[in-house]
Design a protein. Structure first.
Length: 76
């Protein structure tokens, strides 16, 4: 799921590929709150995952975001 998240960040939100690591924080990849809202919308539109921007903002690292995506896909 991390690779899926990484691909979305790179292709849709124009994050530099070398910035996206499992340990990277939102600040590391320069995701502001508006970009997190956009990511939340993308996850629902493209993957059918309902994850609020508030939940994504609470995720400390990209790995945590990917884990949240995995949890949601398992319960969907």
């Amino acid at each position: 799921m991390f690779e899926t998240l990484k691909e979305m960040l790179i292709s849709k939100l124009k994050v530099a590929p070398d910035q996206v690591t499992p340990e990277a924080t939102r600040e590391d990849v320069e995701l502001d709150s508006l970009a997190v809202v956009e990511l939340s919308l993308l996850l629902e539109k493209e993957l059918g995952l309902r994850i609020s921007d508030d939940e994504l903002l609470k995720a400390a690292t990209m790995r945590d975001m990917a884990n949240l995506m995995m949890e949601r896909s398992a319960s969907a």
